[in-house]
Design a protein around this ligand. Structure first.
Ligand SMILES: [Mg+2]
Length: 184
């Protein structure tokens, strides 16, 4: 099966970087639990992270490298990120440094992921974004694993959408889905 794995807040800790940047630029400390929407952060904070080198500073989330290693031994793994084409080099460098080639392709969609996932023939999506899940799972009728963040608490689990608190749990959800014969 082909798995589309998101990067920000799935493999890399973007929210922590947004919080740090928010403190630097706005001068206001936010708790992680307050990051309930992208709009909590003003455009200047997002722009700073996107265009001023912030992506290169992200820390990997726990089990990111191990998760991709485990997944890729069994399946084809494509990193599908919302980041724009301008971030290609910094993204490639980050992946080389932190997950060391444990994937088969990298796609910067610069927006919604339905078309990219359809073109790839994705059988499963692992993502944290309320803009991608359930859009991709509904459009392609494939299962999705929603990585829990403060921003996506309003997304309901469904026949296609399962929530996982981090990548260790995501691995268990994939194993469950396979046992239930719900994966390609
Ligand atoms: Mg994400």
């Amino acid at each position: 099966m082909l798995v589309a794995v998101d990067l920000d807040d799935v493999l890399a800790d973007l929210i922590s970087c947004l919080i740090r940047t928010h403190e630097e630029i706005v001068g206001e400390q936010l708790e992680r639990s307050q990051a309930t929407s992208w709009d909590v952060f003003p455009p200047a904070v997002h722009d700073h992270v996107r265009y001023e080198g912030g992506y290169g500073t992200l820390l990997p989330l726990p089990y990111a490298r191990e998760f991709l290693g485990w997944l890729r031994e069994r399946h084809t793994v494509h990193i599908v990120t919302y980041r724009g084409a301008h971030a290609q080099q910094v993204t490639e460098n980050w992946l080389a440094q932190h997950v060391d080639g444990r994937f088969d392709g990298l796609h910067l969609t610069g927006g919604g992921k339905v078309d990219a996932c359809r073109e790839l023939g994705a059988d499963l999506i692992v993502d944290d974004s309320y803009n991608q899940i359930p859009a991709v799972t509904d459009a392609l009728q494939i299962p999705g694993i929603l990585i829990d963040t403060p921003m996506n608490q309003h997304i309901q689990e469904s026949a296609l959408v399962r929530r996982a608190r981090g990548l260790r749990q995501a691995r268990r959800v994939i194993e469950d889905l396979q046992r239930e014969d719900r994966l390609a």
